[in-house]
Design a binder for this molecule. Structure first.
Ligand SMILES: *Cc1c(COP(=O)(O)O)cnc(C)c1O
Length: 413
């Protein structure tokens, strides 16, 4: 029997155990120690930034970046709508409101023209400028950061790059996360590299780095006892987890090469399959890590079993994620992938292949139903036709050929 093929499983392929063993042997098991320092140094060298703070998650990195941009109750933050919820949820932690901006069709990321429209309109409607802009490197694809920076600079609004999925992606040769005031990285279990759970914030300089570090360690004052004059957070990365990260950093280049190779294979093998398109970089400046490879299905493409798509109620979270999920009342929402996409997902699942819908745009999420949104239909349109395919370090060439074979098999001509 063929082993089940997942989107992007972690692969302990470096010398992770050596670093973990060192942490245990030295008893540096708290969120400080040689692995945390070493991991930060390796991250700095890799992204080409002078300051990086290792944190407990990518979500906490977004949270601290927002805090340092002065975001507070009543403020607004412009967020790419087409994203995972970790880009926008921290805005609400601060009592601020996300304002969602739709995508442009080449990169699937924040539309710079729509961004400017949104800024102008928020100024008219609220009399104030939004406090930050969060573009997202969806599935690793770089956003049009040159154009986004032009708009941001024109209005003097800081950019927090959500490069959680874009670790190692580059725009015009420069690593994502190093353009804006802040860059967010994630080392969750399914990202380009993992620390089991973790993240990092790329900071613009020593003073900012020190403030972020202070906030991430409960904001303590210099006294012989615990003195607090501000609210802080327990957001540092553990020295044990940082050991995993150091091991992973020894194979990051292999991971990058692998994801790009898998993307190339999909592009080749699906090139002449009518009704299916692979999401590609618009031009050579957009150097994606292809964290996940993505295809779209023409609406008219007929997939086996599509008349029964959504017939059954789902009782688990996408990807069988850990934790507790609410079992919803129904099988349909007002915005869902087309029936042929759901049928393809079920068909591949039965063949032992994990495939997933794209992120459902935040402006279509009930929890954000009252948030302002500046829309052009792109993210909603893509959500209905798109599908993520396996691309992780454990996915072999043979797996990709098998996946493509099954995709073709699912199509009813
Ligand atoms: C994974 C991810 C994050 C951060 O997630 P953590 O799980 O908290 O590390 C942030 N934004 C996006 C777009 C992500 O995919």
């Amino acid at each position: 029997m063929r082993k089940r093929i997942y989107l992007c499983l972690a692969h302990m392929s470096g010398n992770e155990m050596k670093f973990i063993q060192e942490a245990f042997d030295s008893n540096w098991v708290a969120p400080l120690g040689p692995n945390v320092n070493g991991f930060e140094e390796e991250l700095r060298a890799f992204v080409g930034a002078s300051e990086v703070v290792a944190l407990a998650s990518g979500t906490s990195a977004v949270h601290l970046a927002l805090l340092d941009c002065g975001v507070g109750p009543g403020d607004e933050v412009l967020v790419q709508s087409f994203t995972f919820c970790a880009s926008s949820h921290p805005v609400t932690y601060l009592g601020a409101a996300p304002v969602f901006v739709d995508s442009e069709k080449d990169t699937w990321n924040m539309d710079p023209a729509l961004l400017e429209e949104a800024i102008k309109d928020r100024i008219v409607k609220t009399g104030r400028k939004p406090k930050a802009i969060i573009p997202v490197a969806l599935y690793g694809m770089p956003y049009r950061i040159d154009k986004i920076m032009e708009v941001a600079d024109k209005y003097g609004i800081p950019i927090i790059e959500d490069a959680a999925e874009g670790f190692g992606s580059r725009f015009d040769g420069k690593v994502l996360g190093t353009f804006g005031r802040f860059g967010v990285l994630s080392f969750n279990g399914n990202k380009m590299i993992t620390t089991s759970g973790g993240g990092a914030l790329i900071c613009p300089g020593k003073a900012t780095r020190d403030r972020i570090m202070w906030l991430a360690t409960q904001a303590r004052e210099a006294y012989p006892y615990y003195q607090h004059e501000a609210i802080g957070y327990n957001y540092r990365l553990s020295n044990v987890c940082a050991g995993i990260g150091r091991g992973q950093m020894t194979v990051i280049e292999d991971h990058l090469a692998h994801h790009r190779h898998v993307q190339k294979l999909y592009e080749e093998l699906l090139a002449d399959v009518e009704g299916i398109s692979v999401h590609k970089a618009p031009d050579a400046r957009f150097d994606s890590n292809f964290w996940l490879c993505v295809m779209t299905l023409d609406e008219g493409l007929k997939i086996a079993g599509q008349e029964n798509a959504y017939a059954e109620k789902i009782t688990t979270a996408v990807g069988g994620a850990a934790g507790v999920v609410h079992v919803s009342g129904g099988v349909h929402t007002d915005c869902e992938p087309n029936q042929n996409v759901e049928a393809m997902r079920v068909f591949l699942d039965a063949a032992g292949i994990e495939a997933r819908p794209l992120w459902k745009p935040m402006h279509k999420q009930p929890v954000y139903k009252d948030s302002p949104a500046y829309l052009n239909g792109v993210s909603e349109g893509l959500f209905k036709v798109g599908m993520c395919l396996p691309a992780g370090p454990l996915v072999t060439d043979d797996d990709v050929r098998y996946i493509v074979e099954k995709i073709k098999e699912a199509i009813v001509r």
